[in-house]
Design a protein around this ligand. Sequence first.
Ligand code: PGA
Length: 261
Amino acid sequence: MVTRRPLIAGNWKMNFDHLRAVAFVQKIAWTLNDAKFPLTEVEVAVFPPFTDIRSVQTLIESDSLSFSFGAQDVSPFDSGAYTGDISGEFLKRLNCRYVIIGHSERRQGHHETDEQVTAKTKAALKHGLVPVICVGETSDDLEEFGASAVPVTQLRAVLSELSAESEFVVAYEPVWAIGSGQAATPAQAQHVCAALRTVIAEEISTESAEASRILYGGSVKSGNIASFMREKDVDGALVGGASLDAEEFAKIVQFPRHVIA
Ligand code: PGA
């Protein structure tokens, strides 16, 4: 059986300029260091705004911090007349490992479709980035179709276009749970994450389904992370609000200390 290394990812959204970003990453590093928590068991990734990435990269690399980092969006195109967009090639040059794609705030606020999410995912893979593909249902979807139907359809739309060798992460984020303080229950998260794993098996391969990490996101905090991580198909979390508080984020990262096997 494959062991999937848990991933705790901090999605900063449009918060922190590059100066605060540097101070913040240092604070998380010190907090984890003081707590003597080695980052071998858990992978930690931060997703700052584009303008912070160079500063975060420089800090992480010069201090040899064991953090990964990535961007919150990517253009489906390589270069050209696309005002305001950022190419995957540029992100790779900054040593980004990941890029978040199809976050509900982009699907809703920027009307991103499954086709665009697919094109961005392909662009990320082309440039050697690992896409964090976000899927999730709104409260209306939940009422009308149940929890897993919409996320399953969204994920299938992307994966049906990918090849077997692609490395990706899936983030299940019920839209109604994002920033609402009302997280899904661990059982709900498990139910949908298991359904998403089946989609990976059907669209890519059983090996990919075993190896790919599926995160839960939506009002994750230090007080509920352990309950999600006890679920067999939840391999980590995409954390928004709570990732902006260094102490709180460091507590979330240390979830293995609170998960009773
Ligand atoms: P939240 O956001 O943790 O503030 O609910 C999660 C996300 O949008 O990724």
